[in-house]
Write a protein that binds this ligand. Structure first.
Ligand SMILES: *[C@@H]1O[C@H](CO)[C@@H](O)[C@H](O)[C@H]1NC(C)=O
Ligand SMILES: *[C@@H]1O[C@H](CO)[C@@H](O)[C@H](O)[C@H]1NC(C)=O
Ligand SMILES: *[C@@H]1O[C@H](CO)[C@@H](O)[C@H](O)[C@H]1NC(C)=O
Ligand SMILES: *[C@@H]1O[C@H](CO)[C@@H](O)[C@H](O)[C@H]1NC(C)=O
Ligand SMILES: *[C@@H]1O[C@H](CO)[C@@H](O)[C@H](O)[C@H]1NC(C)=O
Length: 366
């Protein structure tokens, strides 16, 4: 018995060492300057065996974008706090949602206090470093006080930024495996969720604990969190007419949806459902999922049509029907862009579950 245990400890140690060795072989360090680079930005649109959360552009020119996005919302109904942090490598010409400057490195934070009141701040970096290892990454936007550190056990964002008045940390403990637009993580797969829109969902669902002090007010909560990255070698509006995206935690399920229309009216989707940390479906098959307004709002949506108050999500595999009711804004909504907290009611395999979601929508055409 003792010998078997010893042997198995020995084998476990060996496989841990092997993992550590392969991780260190995978380690790549990227230094990103703050200046717009001349010439072509070559975007990576095929997955490789490592570097899921690595920078996906050879360089950041004036029409390309690549960013790391993190969100965390409280699941306590008495605490309306939330945090969204985005570390950008892009400029306004490529992504009209960032401010006009010729520095490509913005760190952006939006916080809601426990009473739901929101504040937003951003700060420019002198340079940035991203270290990719296995499926995860660490990064620092030098001079801003924003950095993150990722590994197989999760991600931690640390902020110490007197200029934006934020100090503290956010811990993400993943509860569902990463995925690509059309399936689980593996080499040689497409990274395009639609034409020229790269997407890697490194942390589809996480338990999160937040402890920040924002200009003297403490914002501390537990809840659900998420991390992904998007990139393109073309300006964002070139290919996107509208999209609905979101993620939710409902009962034992982790759900991520994406339903978008390009400029030609072609619809692209991506569906992800995991149960207790195991993927049930991860696909971009055309009929796998549909996301539509559930209040009679216009579809396809255009700038002049109102933002819906909720969505109906129909997922074929996993037999899930869900209604999301939007309860709070996470940004000041404009006709072009809104991000919201939603309450979700889902029926899966005939059983009913409640949960919460972060939802987003873009409308860019008339
Ligand atoms: C950036 O790179 C892309 C891809 O090579 C190219 O299509 C685009 O014209 C470049 N933009 C600029 C401003 O150089
Ligand atoms: C909400 O809380 C913040 C931070 O404590 C405070 O600054 C703000 O005035 C509060 N808003 C309302 C509407 O009470
Ligand atoms: C990356 O994620 C996939 C899917 O979860 C997993 O099979 C693979 O082992 C991971 N790779 C590393 C280096 O952790
Ligand atoms: C904190 O206060 C400073 C000074 O008023 C302001 O510039 C900054 O935007 C505030 N930070 C946040 C996150 O609201
Ligand atoms: C794209 O970026 C936004 C951040 O604005 C993020 O909320 C969303 O998850 C990303 N989704 C896709 C499919 O690219």
């Amino acid at each position: 018995m003792a010998r078997i245990i010893l042997l198995s400890i020995f084998l476990t140690t060996l496989s841990l060492l092997a993992t550590a060795a392969s991780l260190s072989r995978d380690r790549q360090v990227f230094n990103i300057p703050s200046a717009i680079q001349a010439g072509p930005s070559i975007a990576q649109f095929k997955s490789s065996s490592h570097g899921l959360d690595a920078p996906k552009l050879s360089s950041v020119n004036g029409s390309a974008f690549d960013w790391w996005y993190f969100d965390a919302i409280s699941t306590d109904p008495d605490n309306l706090a939330s945090v969204v942090i985005t570390l950008f490598t892009t400029v306004h010409d490529a992504l009209p949602f960032v401010e006009t400057t010729d520095n490509v490195l913005t760190a952006d934070i939006i916080v809601s206090f426990p009473n739901g009141t929101r504040v937003k701040a951003d700060i420019l970096a002198d340079s940035a470093t991203v270290i990719a290892e296995g499926n995860t990454s660490s990064g620092e936007w030098h001079g801003t006080g924003f950095k993150w550190s990722g590994g197989p056990l999760g991600y931690t964002i640390t902020i110490n930024s007197p200029l934006v008045g934020v100090k503290g940390s956010i811990h993400f403990l993943p509860v569902a495996p990463p995925h690509l637009p059309c399936g689980p993580v593996q080499a040689g797969q497409t990274l395009e969720v639609g034409p020229h829109i790269g997407w890697a969902n490194v942390m589809p669902d996480a338990k999160v604990s937040v402890d920040l002090v924002v200009n003297g007010t403490r914002v501390a909560f537990n809840g659900i969190g998420y991390h992904d990255k998007n990139w393109s070698d073309q300006p964002f509006p070139t290919h996107v007419a509208s999209w609905y995206w979101g993620h939710a935690h409902v009962g034992p399920y982790s759900l991520v949806w994406f339903d978008f229309l390009d400029r030609t009216g072609t619809e692209y989707v991506s569906a992800y459902l995991a149960k207790n940390g195991k993927i049930i479906t991860a696909t971009c098959a055309a009929d796998s999922i549909s996301v539509r307004p559930n209040d009679g709002s216009a579809f396809p949506p255009v700038l002049s049509t109102p933002n819906p108050t909720g969505y109906h999500i129909s997922l074929k595999r996993g037999r899930m029907e869900a209604d999301v009711h939007l309860v709070r804004d996470l940004v000041d909504p404009t006709p072009a862009y809104g991000r919201f907290i939603g309450e979700v009611t889902a029926t899966i395999d005939g059983k009913k579950f409640q949960g919460m979601a972060v939802c987003e929508q873009f409308k860019l055409t008339n």
